[in-house]
Design a protein around this ligand. Structure first.
Ligand code: SF4
Length: 223
């Protein structure tokens, strides 16, 4: 199958079957989204959503959080993975937001990446979700599902996956495509054992085609 056909069929399938895919993190404004995405590294969205209501009550704005030391933030996020580092990053991020960006979350990916705790993936997520920009954040689900489907070939790093996907997915589809791939990876094309039997993408999936070819090869008889 030509790569163009694979992309066209897969994107069409997602458009039909997941028309309203969006982030599962709960937030009301770009500041809350940024905090939630920083907390979600190596942690489930469900766990983050259990934690953020009390955190946002106590620190409703970047100014409130900027006044806090990491030790004051820690108790609110201690049930999340890496709470010490994340408390430091939240405090540093809020201080920079206030001192350099007038208390506003920047929409520009390069400026976002200057904030403590914000790498390329986090900056891309904030850019597409809060500011509706065209970008492709690559997390572990996007990386794995893109490779299995055959949307990427030989990508060794998240950046290589991002480059291959953004070269072929129309810019207007990128924000939705990010959520399509994440949700598909979280619930169907799971890491240890993909649920191919329940997956509507089988006809265009490279991994599935290879598995089928392997299982239909005649077994060598033992002499
Ligand atoms: S067919 Fe299987 S491997 Fe391919 S996308 Fe679906 S669940 Fe993943």
């Amino acid at each position: 199958m030509r790569i163009e056909e694979r992309y066209a069929h897969i994107l069409d399938w997602f458009r039909q079957h997941m028309p309203s895919a969006e982030s599962e993190l709960r937030y009301d404004n770009p500041y809350q989204l940024l905090v939630a995405v920083i907390l979600s590294a190596q942690c489930t969205d469900k766990r983050v959503n259990m934690t953020t209501p009390a955190l946002f009550d106590r620190f409703p704005t970047p100014q409130h959080m900027a006044e806090a030391d990491p030790e004051e933030i820690y108790p609110y996020i201690k049930s999340i993975s890496y709470p010490n580092n994340k408390a430091k990053n939240l405090s540093g991020m809020a201080r920079m937001l206030v001192s350099e960006f007038g208390g506003q979350v920047p929409s520009d990916i390069d400026r976002l990446q200057r904030l403590p705790g914000v790498g390329r993936k986090t900056a891309n997520v904030v850019a597409i979700v809060a500011f509706h920009q065209s970008a492709m954040p690559v997390d572990t689900h996007v990386f794995r599902v893109s490779d299995r489907l055959g949307l990427t070939t030989g990508a060794k790093t998240p950046l290589q996956t991002e480059m291959q996907l953004t070269a072929r997915i129309p810019a207007e589809d990128l924000p939705a495509a990010h959520h399509w791939l994440i949700l598909h990876g979280r619930y169907v094309c799971t890491a240890r054992k993909p649920h191919c039997e329940a997956c509507g993408l089988k006809p265009w999936c490279r991994y599935f085609a290879r598995s089928e070819a392997k299982s239909s090869r005649p077994q060598r008889q033992s002499q």
